[in-house]
Design a protein around this ligand. Structure first.
Ligand code: AHR
Length: 323
């Protein structure tokens, strides 16, 4: 069973029927997709789902992997403009520096759709943005910790995402909002782990050394699951028990965090769907058909998962979905 078939099982019948009727509208369209890279399991799944969604709709998808570099994304977008594609999708690695290239796309009358991350640019430079409410994701993670910890003192260490990216900025803000007013919970250390497992482990090792061998750390808040999985390894290497000695809360809901949760080594994650392309293609289809302007911001859900949510079952369901 392929990725989309599995996703479709989870979708409502109405949504499925809508997709089928809209699917034909994009048949033969050429769409450029500038992807950030492959820094995380979630990113790999988003790439797989996008390619599958495009194939199912008969779209000729031009895929460009930017290897985490904004300059590569700008070059790819300029290439798509030169080719005269029907639309461009971009997952912007950082928030700033997009005005010029987005203006060029607008002047070429090529609609641009942002996927999963935002930009600091005038809203008229893109058709729509399909993303989660990243401030909410951070808030959900922080609220979980507040409820979990109660009145106990809790020193948190934070693994931030890529510097200058909207999920790093917004997930930090949301978490801080949630713990504000709870003076027993403090963020003792905060550093970027660049959304990767290896960097998450390396930075967590530094935190552990700096915090009395980890004994002073109550929880790690990671802006994505991959960094949390790296942190879990660092905690184990230090002779401590992740999930018990140090609580682990993160964002994405990838299979590996459910495996860790099932083993008692992770405590909470906030889901980010990898299916950003489905809503994006639906919006584009309606726009190209008759000029229907989509919502400027199409917001995906942010559901909290804890060990009470059958982590082994979640792992089994998700493990074949391209992560
Ligand atoms: O922009 C979404 C974030 O990017 C995901 O949470 C993270 O895993 C990815 O690298």
């Amino acid at each position: 069973m392929n990725i989309i078939t599995k996703l479709a099982i989870a979708a409502s019948l109405a949504t499925a029927l809508t997709s089928v009727s809209l699917a034909q509208d994009l048949q033969g369209k050429v769409i450029g997709f500038s992807q950030i890279g492959s820094e995380s399991g979630w990113r790999a799944a988003e790439t797989s789902v996008t390619k599958q969604q495009a194939a199912d709709r008969g779209i000729d998808l031009k895929f460009a992997d930017a290897q985490q570099k904004q300059e590569n994304q700008i070059k790819a977008i300029r290439g798509f403009i030169a080719q005269g594609v029907d639309a461009i999708m971009v997952a912007p690695v950082v928030a700033t520096g997009w005005d010029d290239v987005l203006t060029e796309a607008k002047e070429a009358e090529i609609p641009v759709i942002l996927l999963d991350r935002g930009v600091d640019a005038p809203e008229d430079l893109y058709l729509t943005s399909v993303a989660s409410d990243q401030v909410k994701e951070g808030r959900v993670a922080g609220e979980w910790l507040v409820a979990e910890i109660g009145d106990a003192d809790c020193k948190v260490v934070e693994l931030q995402g890529t510097v200058g990216s909207t999920p790093a900025i917004n997930r930090k803000q949301g978490f801080e909002e949630a713990i504000a007013g709870h003076d027993n919970i403090t963020i003792a250390r905060s550093q970027t782990g660049d959304f990767t497992r290896s960097k998450g482990k390396e930075v967590m090792e530094g935190f552990i050394k700096a915090e009395n061998g980890g004994a002073d750390i109550c929880a790690v808040y990671a802006h994505n699951d991959d960094m949390a999985v790296g942190a879990i390894q660092a905690i184990k290497d230090a002779g401590l028990k992740p999930g018990t000695d140090i609580k682990v809360v993160s964002i994405d809901a990838v299979p590996d965090i459910f495996a860790a949760m099932a083993a008692g080594e992770a405590n909470a994650t906030v889901e980010l769907t990898p299916n950003m392309a489905g809503p994006a293609f639906d919006a584009l289809s309606a726009y190209l058909a008759d000029g229907t302007a989509p919502e400027k911001f199409i917001i995906t859900e942010s559901k909290l998962y804890t060990p009470a949510d059958n982590p082994q079952g979640e792992y089994d369901t998700r493990k074949g979905l391209g992560y």
